[in-house]
Design a protein around this ligand. Structure first.
Ligand code: ATP
Ligand code: MG
Length: 466
């Protein structure tokens, strides 16, 4: 309804709701040139998505879930390894000319004024005269709130203003589709909020000359604030976990119970990457209110190998302490907001807490286990002992290394052996990171140590001497 109203205000009653962009069963592999089949990495798995006229769609997911890759495929900038993308029914095989893109930051030309930078967006439009181009650029500059800065050079502008120039350069094209890849994430909090509000006002008033917007973000609040539909992605491999209906356009930006409930639900889904999103949705709201999940895809998520989140012990401890102060249970969206943690920062901490048996994410809350409460309340030495116990019980890699060390001659192992084993499951970089995190945790737990120079792992005296 709200879309219709907006489109009407925009004088575009015709064609509202028609499918503009449609992707079916997209798959994307990177490293397809690799000799070894196993080196191919599946980054997008069976993605189907539609964008209709009048819609604002947000794609939300943790870092590495393939959001940017998906955006590039949808825009025809790169080819998928499988599946199809159609724009108005036509197969997309080259960059879509009906599309403008907005990125985290823009490469503005320092030697060109704001006006000239915006006019550049129209370079390809050979049917326009110089004067028409200037007129349109001035209008776009006005719309986006840069009036008076036409003759300024980029270096004279703040980060937020420069990002506005980028927006103007995209909008001046009057594209049918606007794609934005984390357009606010390089800005400070207040500037981002200001620009977000401005953009939503323009969209609501039908002053953005595009038929549909696709936004990529890893901010849950941003997705809920802006979108008609939220596509929640998961990773390993990148896949769609749920498609949720947004709150009505008129209510966006206010803390209504519906907005709070939706934020909560998205936190719940994202912080439980191994759960079937359909269960999480069904368990919380009357089905149909917030949308659909894709249960068949959730099953392919099973990893079979434990992936350590790269989190420092102090951070785990800190979050546990904060939750204990709230009585051992706290709303994840409250934690995110209060600690100013984006989901990409919060998620690994929650994963670490869960993996170590210190707590559980459930119904959008983080709930500490008895061990988690003891950790949060304990002194340093008690924490170490507890951490050691939990790491040995729950972290396969740490347990394995500890056992290998106990059995090895001289209680030493060459770290290359371990990293090689990890490379059977992870990319070389990720294998190194997994190793690094295991070392970090084990050191804290005083289980084993690592000598950088020799590359040897060895048992701590404390343990070896037992
Ligand atoms: N050109 C490339 N070659 C190989 N792997 C790549 C390439 N580009 C991206 N990847 C990998 O594909 C996965 C998805 O990357 P992508 O950039 O699409 O994720 P994203 O969701 O946009 O992440 P972020 O939130 O960090 O921007 C990641 O694991 C990344 O390392
Ligand atoms: Mg990205």
């Amino acid at each position: 309804m709200a879309n219709l109203a907006r489109a009407r205000a925009n004088g575009r009653t015709k064609g509202v709701g028609e499918i503009l962009l449609e992707a079916e069963h997209l798959a994307k592999y990177y490293g397809t040139d690799a000799k070894n089949e196993q080196q191919r990495v599946l980054v997008l798995d069976d993605i189907s998505i539609q964008v209709k006229s009048g819609e604002f769609v947000a794609i939300l997911g943790p870092s590495g879930s393939g959001k940017s890759t998906l955006l590039r495929i949808l825009g025809g900038l790169i080819r998928a390894s499988g599946g199809s993308v159609r724009y108005r029914g036509e197969e997309v095989t080259s960059p879509n000319t009906n599309l403008a893109l907005i990125f985290q930051t823009f490469a503005l030309f320092p030697w060109l004024t704001v006006l000239e930078n915006v006019e550049l967006g129209l370079e390809a439009q050979t049917n326009l005269t110089r004067t028409q181009k200037t007129k349109r650029a001035l209008a776009a500059i006005d719309t986006i709130g840069l009036d008076g800065f036409e003759d300024a050079y980029p270096k004279e502008l703040s980060g937020g203003m420069r990002q506005r120039v980028g927006f103007a350069r995209a909008l001046v094209v009057q594209p049918e589709l606007l794609f934005m890849d984390e357009p606010f994430s390089a800005l400070d909090v207040l500037t981002a909020e200001n620009l977000r509000n401005e953009l939503m006002r323009l969209w609501r008033e039908g002053r953005i000359p595009t038929k549909a917007i696709l936004l990529i973000t890893h901010s849950i609040e941003e997705a809920v604030f802006m979108a008609d539909r939220i596509v929640v992605m998961g990773h390993d491999p990148g896949r769609i976990r749920a498609v949720l209906n947004g709150i009505p356009l008129a209510e966006r930006g206010t803390k209504t119970p519906a907005a709070e409930a939706l934020i909560d639900l998205v936190y719940t889904i994202i912080t439980q990457p191994d759960e079937d999103a359909a269960d999480l949705i069904a368990g919380r709201v009357q089905s149909g209110v917030f949308g659909e999940a894709t249960p068949e895809r959730a099953k392919t998520a099973a990893k079979g190998y434990q992936t350590l989140p790269h989190v420092k012990i102090g951070v785990i401890n800190g979050l546990a302490e904060r939750v204990l102060r709230a009585g051992g249970r706290e709303d994840l969206s409250v934690l995110g907001r209060e600690l100013q943690l984006e989901i990409d920062d919060l998620l690994p901490i929650v994963e670490a807490i869960e993996m170590l048996g210190f707590g559980e994410a459930t119904e959008g809350d983080l709930v500490l286990s008895d061990e988690g409460k003891r950790l949060a309340a304990g002194d340093d030495q008690a924490d170490k002992t507890l951490f050691r116990q939990q790491a040995l019980t729950h972290i396969a890699l740490i347990r394995q290394i500890t056992e290998d060390l106990a059995n090895a001659e001289d209680h030493e192992i060459d770290s290359d052996e371990i990293v090689e084993q990890l490379e059977e499951h992870f990319s070389p970089d990720e294998a190194e990171r997994q190793f690094g995190t295991a070392i970090d945790w084990a050191r804290y737990a005083e289980l084993f140590a690592y000598d950088d120079e020799s590359g040897l792992l060895y048992l701590e005296d404390l343990v070896a001497g037992e």
